[in-house]
Design a protein around this ligand. Sequence first.
Ligand code: NAD
Length: 257
Amino acid sequence: MGLLDGKVALVLGVANKFSIGWAIAQALHREGARLVLTYQGERVERSVRALGETLPGTLVLPCDVNNDAQIDALFREIDAAHGGLDALVHSIAYAPTEALDGPYLHTSREAFRVALEVSAYSLTAVLQRAAPMMARRGGAAVTLTYLGGERVVPHYNVMGVAKAALEMSVRYLAADLGPHGVRVNAISAGPISTASSRAIKGFLEMAHRVAEQAPLRRATSADEVADTAVYLLSDLARGVTGEVVHVDSGYHVLGAV
Ligand code: NAD
């Protein structure tokens, strides 16, 4: 028996087999959830469809979070196929590459707008449509954040500002949706090598240092993050909302190292 037997789970933000969203999708499937995966555009459609085919019964649909019509169509299709939604995973972030190098001070108005809209506002945009489908059935949402939203991490720059906004959105959304029985939480993951993280200058060296210094003395793996997502999306976490759970080998507790 799985922790998510009979539940319908939507995972936004799978691009390839290295995506944290893909590790989460596999764990949700293992626990008995019926999955819906989305892809951002034609560039990744083939790879996401191929991954989806390895998890029987998975629906694969387009969703660019900058496009309200696509978000509306996504939830209409989920409603038609499954008649509701139990779990939502938001594993999406983007900032123009030039904003992830040099000082934060140089962030342009456009890079700030794009980073905040895609990486923070999109959680609110999808929950506006998802919440009515998740209400009164123990629905839960999880998003992915990073320590750079709490502290200054070199080169994380505007993405750190976006993660701070995302984490605060989690708290406001938890307060708004709690009365409807919907929980909203975040996982703050340690550095994991993916297409997005490798766009941050010096990422691999930084990840190596974190793994050496963290209390558990090792890097974070995507399946550790995925198992925490299973917990937060299951009834085991029925009393937990508005929380940011760190899955980072304990690195966030350290002061000067
Ligand atoms: P990834 O590149 O595999 O995933 C990022 C996803 O965002 C991609 O699937 C991409 O298609 C999607 N995306 C970007 N713009 C979009 C848009 N306009 N519409 C729809 N989708 C869009 O990288 P990842 O590391 O798996 O990132 C997933 C999440 O985990 C992100 O929020 C990231 O900030 C967070 N995170 C990553 C790490 C890490 O070290 N990799 C650590 C902490 C948090």
